[in-house]
Each structure stands twice: as structure tokens, then as C-alpha cells.
Design a protein around this ligand. Structure first.
Ligand SMILES: NC(=O)c1ccc[n+]([C@@H]2O[C@H](COP(=O)([O-])OP(=O)(O)OC[C@H]3O[C@@H](n4cnc5c(N)ncnc54)[C@H](O)[C@@H]3O)[C@@H](O)[C@H]2O)c1
Length: 273
């Protein structure tokens, strides 16, 4: 189904990342993947020792997981907060003659969620608000910009991003600041779908997934009780990462006429509560 197609997969932190399930399924369907992980790039400046240690460990874990789960796979450092990092990453791909038939945005970060608790919105600082928005939403625009600027993203490509019902409804578990970024991510999806559909025949869709505790991001936010509650609320029970991967791969298929959609892969969680 995806034979001779290459996809960029962002957002792998470890083997439990949702993006890892997507990467595996793309490969299973005959496609190739290029995976990016957060690490120290030549474009980082004035990093504290703590930040350097965190980023180095993150990249090592990412690389190890990719090798173990996907075998020989191209890996690159990518921090979406740095324009220079994104630009040189895209330029590099272009110089290697890489042609991308799509990419997965599976990136989120919110420092106002700590130890399963969230800051009230009124206490969120401008920096915390803008950082969450930058990493979790604006990066969809910015990375697409550089991939197109350097001629890497092909005409007819498919872009998917991962969202959550919190973009539209107040959740029963901590989320607040992140909800606003998810709402922005979804609106960006729709605006880009219009813009890029007309200019490059490129499709842009978002997928709202179930609550999932297996990943680092999910584990920072959710408890076992939250998962059980969501499972009870969902007519079909919580969806699994593989269900999500199947749907992303479906949307990655060439020549689909689906764009600007906010899809639910959540066992029907969105129709309740
Ligand atoms: N876990 C859930 O319950 C759930 C539900 C619906 C949607 N999602 C979304 O799925 C996506 C993937 O999350 P996950 O649950 O697999 O968790 P994860 O922790 O495995 O993935 C989050 C990724 O974001 C990356 N990231 C953070 N800051 C970055 C930066 N500056 N530059 C580049 N990458 C950066 C992290 O390195 C990590 O790989 C996120 O957008 C998340 O909001 C998760």
C-alpha cells in the first residue's frame, strides 16, 4: 500500500510512543521512514548542564528504541523550537535527494503539567503558554514550511497530526493549557488543508486518540483511574495505539480525497460525557 513511499515520523521518545506504532505500521505496509528525536543539535545555544543531560539521554533512548523496534532506520535530531534546526534538517534531506510523501506530527510539550497535576489557567505564565503553543501546535506549520521550502515534501503528500478530545471539551483529568494548544493544532490542520490542498495537492488531517498511559506524555498526565473512566465512557472501550497507526497509514495512502478532517480513533469516547 505504501511501497516506494517515504514518511517522516516525529515524536518518538521510546518504544511506547504513539509515533513508534505508526512507524512500524508504515514499514509493515511497505513504506520507508525517517525518524526524528529530540536531542542536542549544533543550533542549540547556552544549554544548561541539566538540559544537555536531558536532551542527550532523550536522543540515546530514542535511537535505541528505533534500532530495536525498526532495525536499520534513518534517525535525525530535531527540536521544533529552533528554526535553524528545522531548516538545516530539511536542507540536509534535500541534499540527500529525499522525497517525502507525508509526515506525522506527534509532538507535544506542556510544562504546566507536573506529577499528574496541572496549573490553573490563571497561573499560567506567558512563557509557559507560548512554549506549549510553539512546540505542540505552531510546529505543524513551521516544519511543513521548511519541508516545502527545500522541496522535500512532495506534491500530493499527506500530513497527519495527533490531537485529543480536550481540544473541544473540558476533560475530567488535568489538561487545561494543553487543551488550548490542541485546539490551535486542529484549527491549523483545517487552515493548512485549505492552503496546501490548493497549492500543492497536499492533505492535512488530525486524529483525536483515546487516553493512553503507555507513553511518557500520557504517563505525565494520566492515572490508571483516568484510563478506566475513559474506557467506561467509550462505547467501544479505549482504542489501542495500533488502531491509531492503522488510521494514520490509511490517511497516508496516496490519492485519497480526505483532507481537513478531525478524526476520532477513540472507541466513541467523544460522543459521551
Ligand atoms: N498519550 C495520550 O493519551 C495521547 C492521546 C491523544 C493524543 N496524544 C498526542 O500524541 C502525540 C504523541 O504523544 P505520546 O503519547 O506518544 O507521547 P510521547 O511522550 O511518546 O511523545 C511526545 C513527543 O514529543 C516530543 N517533543 C517534545 N518537545 C519537542 C521539541 N521541542 N521538538 C521535537 N520533539 C519534541 C518528545 O520528545 C516526544 O517524542 C502528542 O501530540 C500527544 O499530545 C497523546
Amino acid at each position: 500500500m505504501l511501497t516506494n513511499k517515504t514518511f517522516l515520523i516525529t515524536g518518538i521518545a521510546d518504544k511506547n510512543s504513539l509515533a513508534m506504532y505508526v512507524a512500524k505500521e508504515v514499514i509493515k505496509q511497505g513504506g520507508r521512514v525517517i525518524c526524528t528525536g529530540l536531542g542536542v543539535s549544533p543550533h542549540h545555544q547556552n544549554l544548561s548542564e541539566k538540559a544537555t543531560t536531558f536532551l542527550n539521554k532523550n536522543f540515546q533512548d530514542f535511537k535505541l528504541a528505533v534500532t530495536e523496534e525498526l532495525g536499520e532506520t534513518s534517525v535525525e535530531i530535531l527540536d521544533v523550537t529552533l528554526d535553524d534546526n528545522m531548516a538545516s534538517f530539511a536542507q540536509n534531506l534535500s541534499e540527500k535527494g529525499v522525497e517525502l510523501h507525508g509526515w506525522l506530527h506527534a509532538i507535544a510539550m506542556d510544562k504546566t503539567i507536573r506529577n499528574k497535576e496541572v496549573k490553573p489557567l490563571l497561573e499560567v505564565t506567558k512563557v509557559e503558554f507560548c512554549d506549549t503553543m510553539d512546540v505542540s501546535a505552531f510546529s505543524l506549520i513551521r516544519l511543513t514550511h521548511f519541508l516545502l521550502k527545500y522541496g522535500v515534501l512532495q506534491i500530493g503528500a499527506s500530513i497527519c497530526s495527533l490531537s485529543y478530545i480536550a481540544a473541544a471539551k473540558v476533560t475530567f483529568h488535568p489538561y487545561r493549557n494543553m487543551s488550548i494548544a490542541k485546539a490551535a493544532l486542529e484549527r491549523i490542520t483545517i487552515e493548512l488543508a485549505d492552503e496546501l490542498g490548493r497549492s500543492h495537492d497536499i492533505r492535512v488531517n488530525a486524529l483525536r486518540f483515546s487516553t493512553y498511559m503507555g507513553s511518557k506524555a500520557g504517563n505525565a498526565t494520566l492515572t490508571e483511574d483516568d484510563l478506566a473512566t475513559a474506557d467506561r465512557m467509550s462505547p467501544l472501550g479505549n482504542a489501542f495505539p495500533l488502531d491509531l497507526a492503522h488510521e494514520v497509514v490509511h490517511l497516508f495512502r496516496p490519492d485519497l480525497k480526505i483532507t481537513g478532517e478531525i478524526r476520532h480513533v477513540d472507541g466513541g469516547y467523544h460522543i459521551t460525557g
